[in-house]
Design a protein around this ligand. Structure first.
Ligand SMILES: Cc1ncc(COP(=O)(O)O)c(C=O)c1O
Length: 416
């Protein structure tokens, strides 16, 4: 009814939301959180005096930023209210253009693009919509914890395929036969590239193997591409949706979380072919209605940023990778250099004080004795014991934080 009311210019007495703005303290709280970024930043803004925009303040008498903004609050409100469950059309169009520019295919904003609460909710809606209780879901391990956890929530059965670190730290290999065996009893396959936690950027050969298995076993591939811009050393992210005949069997989940340093905003999207979209939208609408309207409006601006912005993203992370990577290697960790995302899955067996410990004990030693937190590697594996040699370190923190961590990790380095 709201949609039709807009279309026909009708006065909307159908849906339960107002056309008046929320109380100013609420909006001010959001502005100071967004702009200040921390409690200290909020205090700075609260104390900020300004002479106010022209015509607002009397003469040169300073007014606070808060008072100046309060006097500017709009009277008629749309953007703090419910909006179309599948996302503002403006944002869905921006997502379609962005995907066309960055990934080389253009989803239809009306029938293929749904705005969700981050890729986490996107994946949940996809698994709930497309999986039937007891269906197998191929999950490559090591994995992001949410893949098998969500599969289990929806009564699906994870079928693990293990990526193996190649000798000499040259990459992470996918065994096509193991993949075929797992796929034979599955209907869905979750692919994450660039990959957390290994940093693998799936090469054309890998994608061809996965596509061939998906076609022959009639699988839908759910491609989690949230690290799409974070690639190093000439690696190139490719979406499996662009592979021959894969568009109609690929669902991409993505978000602004990693691209915009905005993990707390919970703005993401699902790109699915028209025959799969309605079921996904039905789950999304039923469970969460929509992603926050004002933040959707803001995301339009992000996706329209020039290509240089997205390209520059990786450069900053490459420097950070070097800072933490050098420190870990000096401490005795061994790892395959990640080609994408922002993690080291580091083999700690050669580290003096950690080598004999199991992953949880090693992580506890690091926290308690060294003052650095990492995730035990077995957390990322469901079947194989390979994870028992790894700890995962994130290098997405600020350079100062990483330098401080490096300073602490030195105490693990062999004497002399
Ligand atoms: C591979 C992967 N997928 C999804 C997520 C969660 O993304 P979002 O914030 O979009 O829900 C993460 C977060 O770390 C991740 O590493």
């Amino acid at each position: 009814m709201t949609r039709l009311a807009r279309q026909h210019g009708a006065i909307n007495l159908a849906q339960g939301f107002t056309d008046e703005p929320p109380p100013f303290p609420l909006v001010w709280g959001a502005i100071t959180a967004l702009l200040g970024g921390s409690d200290a930043g909020i205090r700075r803004l609260e104390q900020f005096p300004t002479t106010g925009p022209a015509g607002l303040a009397a003469g040169d008498v300073p007014v606070s930023l808060r008072d100046a903004l309060e006097s500017l609050q709009g009277r008629r409100d749309e953007l703090n209210q419910y909006s179309y469950p599948f996302g503002l059309l403006e944002l869905r169009r921006a997502i379609a253009d962005y995907t066309d520019r960055c990934s080389g295919f253009a989803p239809d904003p009306e029938t293929e693009t749904t705005v969700v609460l981050g890729s986490t909710e996107g994946l949940a809606a996809v698994l709930a919509a497309l999986g039937r209780r007891g269906d197998g879901v191929v999950v490559l391990e090591p994995f992001h914890e949410m893949y098998p956890a969500q599969a289990e929530v929806f009564g699906l059965e994870p079928r693990f395929v293990t990526l193996r670190e190649e000798a000499g730290g040259t990459g992470w290999g996918l065994d096509p036969d193991e993949l075929r065996r797992a796929a034979a009893a599955a209907t869905l396959l979750v692919l994450n590239t660039p990959h957390n936690p290994t940093g693998k950027v799936f090469a054309p050969d890998d994608l061809e193997t996965i596509a061939e298995v998906a076609r022959s076993e009639d699988l839908v591939v759910v491609a989690d591409e949230i690290y799409e811009h974070i690639v190093f050393d000439g690696a190139r992210h490719r979406s499996i949706a662009t592979w021959p005949d894969m568009r109609e069997r690929t669902v991409v989940v993505n978000s602004i979380s990693k691209t915009a340093n905005a993990t707390g905003w919970r703005i993401g999207w699902v790109l699915a072919p028209p025959h799969l979209t309605p079921a996904i939208r039905a789950v999304h609408d039923t469970l969460v209605v929509q992603a926050p309207t004002p933040l959707q409006k803001a995301a339009v601006g992000l996706l329209g940023m020039p290509p240089t912005f997205f390209r520059e993203l990786a450069r900053g992370y490459a420097d950070k990778r070097a800072v933490l990577g050098d420190a870990l290697r000096a401490a005795g960790f061994r790892m395959t250099e990640p080609s994408g995302a922002y993690y080291f899955l580091a083999d700690y067996r050669g580290v003096r004080d950690l080598g004999r410990l199991d992953p949880l004990a090693a992580a506890m030693h690091l926290i308690e004795q060294v003052g650095v937190a990492a995730v035990p590697g077995d957390n990322f594996y469901g079947r194989s014991k390979e994870g028992e040699r790894y700890l995962r370190f994130a290098f997405c923190r600020s350079r100062e934080t990483l330098a401080a961590a490096a300073g602490r990790l030195i105490c693990l380095a062999p004497a002399g």
